[in-house]
Design a protein. Structure first.
Length: 408
C-alpha cells in the first residue's frame, strides 16, 4: 500500500526532518566515529598548492578517486616535493567537508611508493640545486697549495678526526688545524654543520675547509644531503672539500663542494702533500732552474762575444771623427776665405764704379763746383748769377769764396 506524502514512516511516530547541515554533520560524525585512521595507496593528480600552504590533490587508482587535503603544518614535514603522477602511501582519516558535502581524505603523513622517501628527496634537491648553478664546474675553486690554516667540520668522536690529524702530522706537522666540532647525524646535525662551515669561513684562520664524516647508511649520511649544508658550502669564502662516507657514497655536499674526496683520509691527503715529495719537487725545480740559468748565461755569453767582435774600438772611432772634423774645418775655412775674397773683389769693382761716377773724380781732373751764396744753389749756367753776387767754389782740395765781376 502506497504511503501518502507527509505521513510518518511508522504509525504513531512524530513527524521529523533533517536540514542539509544536520545531515552532513551526521555523516561526518558517523565516518569519524566508525572509521579509524588508515593507510591508503594511490597516485597524485590535480595537485594544487595555494598561498595558504595547504596541499590539495586527488588520490586515485585505475577505477576510483578521492579528494585529499594535507594541512600546511603537516605538509611542512615532508622531505620530498609532491608531483602529479607520483605514487604515494598516505596515512589519514576520511571525513566530510560539511560546507560542500564533499568526502575528503585528510592526510597526516605521506611517503612515496616505489622509491624511498630519502632517495626521492635527494633527487629532487639535487635537481633543484643543479638548476640554480650550485654544481657548476666553472665556479669550483682550486685548492690552495700548502695552506697555512686548515679547517675541519666533523665529529670529535670516531676515527675520522684521528685519521686526518695523523695524515697532517705525518706530512706537514707545522700546519695549523682548526677543528669545529659538529653533530654529523640525527636531528639538528645539518644546521650544526652549516654553522660550522660559516664560522670557519668568517674566522680568517683557514684557507680551506674539510667537511665530512665516516661511512654509513643513507639515513646516517642524510645531514650532508640537506639544503642548508649545500648553501653553506656554496657561500663559503674559502674552498671546501667534501669527504663524506666511503668512495661509493655520494651526497649533495659532494656535488656543491669545490673538491670531492672519496674518504676523510683522502681529503687530508688532497689538502696537504707529502713533505718528502714537496722536497723532491723543490729539488727537481731547483735543478731545472740551474739548467735554465746556465743555458741562459751561455746564450748571453755567445751574444756578448758576437757583439764584441762587431764592436769597433771607440778610440779608433774617435780618431776617425777627429780627422774628419779637421777636414771639414779646413774645407769650411777655405770656403769662407773664398767667399770673403769674392766679396772683396765685388766691393772693389763696385767702389771703382762709384769712384768713376763720383763728382769728386771730376774735380780731380781740374774742375770745380760753384754754389750761389748764401742759398747754396748749384750754378749750372751763367744766366743763373748776376754780377756782384758771392759764389763758393769747391775744388778737389779746399773751397773759396769769390764775387762775380762779370759773366759771359
Amino acid at each position: 500500500m502506497k504511503r501518502e506524502a507527509g505521513l510518518p514512516l511508522f504509525p504513531g511516530e512524530p513527524k521529523s526532518f533533517l536540514t542539509v547541515s544536520e545531515l552532513n554533520q551526521l555523516i561526518k560524525g558517523t565516518l569519524e566515529r566508525e572509521l579509524d585512521p588508515f593507510w591508503v595507496v594511490g597516485e597524485i593528480s590535480n595537485f594544487r598548492l595555494p598561498p595558504s600552504g595547504h596541499i590539495y590533490f586527488t588520490l586515485k587508482d585505475n577505477s576510483s578517486q578521492v579528494a585529499a587535503v594535507m594541512f600546511r603544518h603537516q605538509g611542512q614535514n615532508l622531505s620530498f616535493q609532491l608531483e602529479n603522477g607520483m605514487k604515494v602511501l598516505c596515512f589519514g582519516r576520511v571525513s566530510l567537508y560539511p560546507v560542500r558535502g564533499d568526502l575528503q581524505l585528510y592526510v597526516e603523513m605521506m611517503e612515496p611508493r616505489g622509491r624511498g622517501v630519502l632517495y626521492l628527496a635527494f633527487e629532487q634537491l639535487k635537481a633543484k640545486l643543479d638548476r640554480e648553478g650550485l654544481f657548476a664546474a666553472e665556479r669550483k675553486r682550486p685548492l690552495p697549495y700548502l695552506p697555512r690554516g686548515i679547517g675541519i667540520v666533523t665529529s670529535l668522536q670516531g676515527a675520522v678526526i684521528r685519521d686526518m690529524l695523523r695524515v697532517f702530522r705525518d706530512r706537514f706537522p707545522a700546519r695549523r688545524v682548526v677543528i669545529r666540532p659538529a653533530k654529523v647525524q640525527g636531528d639538528g646535525a645539518a644546521q650544526d654543520i652549516a654553522e660550522g662551515i660559516a664560522e670557519l669561513g668568517r674566522s680568517g684562520l683557514v684557507e680551506v675547509i674539510i667537511v665530512g664524516r665516516g661511512g654509513g647508511s643513507l639515513e646516517d649520511l642524510w645531514a650532508f644531503n640537506e639544503e642548508v649544508v649545500a648553501r653553506a658550502i656554496f657561500a663559503s669564502p674559502v674552498p671546501v672539500v667534501s669527504a663524506v662516507g666511503h668512495e661509493v657514497d655520494f651526497t649533495i655536499a659532494d656535488f656543491v663542494a669545490d673538491h670531492r674526496a672519496p674518504t676523510p683520509t683522502a681529503a687530508a691527503g688532497a689538502v696537504i702533500p707529502r713533505k718528502d715529495r714537496v722536497s723532491e719537487q723543490i729539488q727537481r725545480l731547483g735543478d731545472r732552474l740551474c739548467r735554465i740559468m746556465a743555458g741562459r748565461l751561455q746564450s748571453e755569453k755567445e751574444i756578448h762575444q758576437a757583439l764584441r767582435r762587431r764592436l769597433i774600438d771607440p778610440r779608433r772611432r774617435l780618431r776617425d771623427h777627429q780627422m774628419r772634423l779637421d777636414e771639414l774645418s779646413i774645407s769650411l775655412w777655405r770656403r769662407f776665405e773664398d767667399r770673403v775674397n769674392a766679396f772683396r773683389e765685388r766691393l772693389r769693382q763696385t767702389t771703382s764704379c762709384l769712384d768713376a761716377l763720383s763728382p769728386l773724380a771730376v774735380l780731380q781732373r781740374g774742375y770745380s763746383i760753384a754754389h750761389k751764396m748764401p742759398e747754396e744753389i748749384l750754378i749750372k749756367e751763367s744766366d743763373a748769377i748776376e754780377v756782384g753776387e758771392v759764389l763758393r767754389l769747391t775744388f778737389a782740395r779746399g773751397k773759396a769764396l769769390c764775387r762775380v765781376e762779370g759773366k759771359e
